[in-house]
Design a protein around this ligand. Sequence first.
Ligand code: CUA
Length: 321
Amino acid sequence: MRRFFTLSGASFLMIPSIALAEKVSDPARSWDNHFSLYFWIAVVFWLFVTVLLVYFSFRYKRKKGMGDGAYIEGNLLLELIWTIVPLVIVLLLGVQTWAVYKEYRAVPKDVYEVNIEGFMWGWNVTYPEGIKTTNELRVPVGQPVKVNLTSKDVLHAFFIPEYRVQEEAIPGRTTYFWFRPSRPGETRAYCTEFCGNGHSLMLAKVIAMEKEEFNSWLRKHGEEMVLLTPVEKGKKLFVDLGCLGCHSITGEKSSGPSLKGIYGKERHLSDGRVVKADEEYLEHSLETPNWDVVKGYTPIMPPYKLSTDDEHAIVEYLKTL
Ligand code: CUA
């Protein structure tokens, strides 16, 4: 699948990319028009002021032998112009902003609806068919997609720059946004609310697929999840949940201890206790990581509220390392 856009960094550098970006969803189109309007109004006024500034600097430069300039008390016509013109522009922009906002909030009827839950540090996606993915959102082309968003722990925000959508993920509350992918392709979603150590790792793939391809993926993925052995499933979860961000499986130290050969090892904890890394210890460490912090490390790992099955799968995988 080809990538169909690139992302430029600072927002002012996004001007050319916005002007050139292919429009991939309806709100995206309105957003880009909206942005262009603001941008070109700003350009016109900037040029107007700058050109006059430079011209006047030369034209009215004080020369030798000149007296004082004329004393001007006011000019009614000019004052009316510079009051009314900006007023009209600001009102028009206000109305247009309201219209774009309404479009972003008004979800079409025939939406494909998925749920996304942010957690420290990743995104769990649940599809209406009951299947789940982590850090990967697949959507059908041509149908509007509504995302119901929430968070398991702290504030996050889900941002897909190329679809021009962004929304807050708030624990205990469900927010939403929608977009309409118009052609297949892959892009990225980012967390845009600083949420701790792994904030910059909170990335997700957003993959738009042709309807048929999407449906067969749904079917295949659903079957795969059922057929995986616990170890395979555990490995998948381990990767998907972003565990590798802090725990190597090769013996290297990272912000968390390496998990190579962890099963059955003696663990020296920061409070002086020595425990054996058995199943119970591993499960306990997933649920309440900060009880048994290994000596030399800081308690930064978030607790994972996994299903008994998933937890078991991860422990089975850890045993194989
Ligand atoms: Cu989640 Cu930043």
